[in-house]
Design a protein around this ligand. Structure first.
Ligand code: HEM
Length: 197
């Protein structure tokens, strides 16, 4: 019975951890793009995003990671023979990458707070695809274990996930271009009227 409790809370931890990671980098996008706003909006927005990032990281994201890992230790201590499974070793390698990503986000958060981060909103959007890839790989390994299928269906699913991620990036880029074009056309009549005056 303990094993099922550990597994249930392991999965709850995963959901909380990923919700935090995805939202954190979305806030980085808004935080980086706030630099294009005029003052005093820019300072107000940056302060607000800094606060939201700190709270999200400390109250949701890090506790989600701790819960996931603590429950995984519980799972392994209830059934220690699971440690001999090859799939778990590969999964652990990807989980280490995920923990590295988590800490990398903390570094970015500190740089943004100090105004030292050089990343653009577009780059943060692309960065937000990294946990998606790790999520897919880790869940596939946890579910299929040593029988991870590498047939056509699996590769089609992989291609679909990549296509979805690419189209999200393209959509965001197009929307940004349209916004910039709209800003330009709004400024042109203003410039024309000031030159007439
Ligand atoms: C310290 C890191 C982790 C360890 C040691 C670990 C270990 C385990 C173990 C031992 C199980 C039980 C497997 C079974 O009952 O067959 C499990 C289940 C599972 N884990 Fe993890 N895990 C870790 C992190 C993660 C992460 C980060 C994710 C998601 C991205 C994840 C997703 C899952 C899923 C979906 C299951 C349920 C699989 C099933 O019941 O078929 N795990 N994990």
């Amino acid at each position: 019975m303990a094993y099922y409790w550990f597994k249930a809370f392991h999965l709850i931890g995963v959901v909380v951890w990923f919700a935090g990671l995805f939202y954190l980098v979305r806030l980085f996008v808004y935080h980086a793009e706030a630099a294009q706003e005029p003052e005093p909006a820019q300072t107000i927005l940056k302060k607000q995003y800094e606060l939201m990032e700190k709270r999200l990281y400390n109250i949701i994201t890090t506790p989600g990671m701790i819960l996931t890992v603590a429950m995984a230790i519980g799972l392994i201590s209830t059934e220690p023979e699971i440690l001999k499974s090859g799939w778990l070793h590969i999964k652990l390698a990807f989980v280490l990458l995920l923990i590295g990503y988590h800490h990398f986000c903390k570094r970015i958060m500190k740089q943004l707070a100090k105004g030292e981060c050089k990343w653009t909103g577009q780059q943060f959007r692309a960065l937000n695809e990294a946990p998606t890839v790790l999520l897919v790989v880790i869940v596939l390994l946890a579910v299929f274990k040593n029988n991870l299928p590498l047939d056509l269906t699996t590769w089609l699913i992989v291609a679909l996930v990549i296509a979805m991620a690419a189209s999200i990036q393209l959509y965001a880029k197009k929307r940004k271009q349209n916004k910039e074009k709209q800003l330009q056309t709004n400024q042109e009549p203003e410039l024309a009227s000031t030159s007439v005056e």
